[in-house]
Design a protein around this ligand. Structure first.
Ligand code: PEP
Ligand code: MN
Length: 342
């Protein structure tokens, strides 16, 4: 249930409403929009008499939300949510954020060169795996804590924020010391204890779509984080499993407008894992910006052929620079601003 307050509702009236909800044993989530304050009510709604609530002072409307996700729904929060990452980067609204970096941090030289080029090309967020969720236990697993330090150092030197994946609850404290944005990988999208813990981590979360998840299941996972009190969730489309084998996954770009319709949360697109092959990354990145994505996440490497993970889908610096120029033009054409302001 969502309670939409009158434009002129007073603080006393809003507090009384929240108190009424709590008395009924339900949880109230307040969201102050441009025009209205909206209160999302979570819990068994039979405990609250809709007739009584709609007659309370300051109430304009009571809407029963039919979707299982409530706080992630557009109805709860009609305006787009804009998430701040680090000190200066905004994801959502007018801005299209750029996250770039290697699949995994491999060495000081590799991450330093990547950060330098990413920043010079206008990216704002440095990516790089420290703890890697590899499909094979024999593949490169990442440098762990050492990688976090290298990422932070390179990012600070070039004025970038840091995004890196957190795989377990135990890693949250350490990773949040070094990262500005906590990535939940595709394989962990339905790791509910991890999502609940990230609801209390005090850092924004980049929630990748599970490789077999429907959009509704993905939004339900976002709901786990939101309902624990963390409003800063960014969704990331990274491709889903279909019968097609010509690409690593099938990048579901229709998820961009669909999510925009269903939810207020920002959505970014990761074409690198979506297609898995270098030559297909740039066209899909450009299409993602044209479709209205709030950001793109691109794997880049100083020498992709020597990369320890995901080399075949990583762009070299020249390819990335060209892609940035083209994406900037597309963003401007649709009235948005891509990457760092020049
Ligand atoms: C990644 O971004 O490093 C990654 C492992 O992606 P995904 O979880 O989408 O497979
Ligand atoms: Mn990768």
């Amino acid at each position: 249930m969502i309670i939409i307050c009158e434009t002129k509702a007073t603080e006393v009236q809003i507090n009384a409403l929240q108190e009424k909800i709590r008395e009924a044993g339900l949880v109230a989530h307040r969201s102050d929009g441009v025009e209205h304050t909206v209160i999302g009510v979570v819990g068994d709604r039979n405990r609250l008499d809709v007739g009584v609530v709609s007659m309370m002072p300051g109430v304009r409307d009571v809407v029963i939300v039919s979707t299982p996700y409530k706080l992630a729904s557009r109805e709860f929060h009609p305006e787009d949510t804009v998430v701040r990452v680090g000190e200066t980067t905004l994801v959502g609204g007018m801005d299209v954020a750029v996250m770039a970096g290697p699949c995994a941090v491999e060495s000081v030289d590799q991450i330093e060169a990547s950060a330098e080029f990413a920043a010079a090309s206008g990216a704002q967020i440095l990516r790089g795996g420290a703890f890697k969720p590899r499909s094979s236990p024999y593949s490169y697993q990442g440098l762990g804590l050492e990688a976090l330090k290298l990422l932070r150092q390179a990012a600070d030197k070039h004025g970038l924020a840091v995004v890196t994946e957190v795989m377990t609850i135990e890693q949250i404290d350490t990773i949040s010391e070094y990262a500005d944005l906590m990535q939940v990988g595709s394989r962990n999208m339905q790791n509910y204890p991890l999502l609940i813990a990230l609801g209390h981590a005090g850092k924004p979360v980049l929630l990748k779509r599970g490789m077999s998840a429907t959009i509704q299941e993905w939004l339900m996972s976002a709901e786990y984080i939101l309902t624990e009190g963390n409003p800063d969730v960014i969704l990331c489309e990274r491709g889903i499993r279909t019968f097609e084998t010509a690409t690593r996954n099938t990048l579901d770009l229709s998820a961009v407008p669909v999510i925009k319709h269903m939810s207020h949360l920002p959505i970014v697109v990761d074409p690198s894992h979506g297609v898995g092959t270098r030559r297909f990354v740039a066209p899909m990145a450009r299409a993602a910006v044209a479709a209205g994505a709030d950001g793109i996440m691109i794997e880049i490497h100083p020498n992709p052929d020597k990369a320890l993970s995901d080399g075949p889908q990583s762009l070299n610096f020249e390819e990335f620079g060209l892609l940035m120029n083209r994406c900037r033009i597309i963003a401007t054409t649709i009235g948005r601003r891509l990457g760092k302001a020049k």
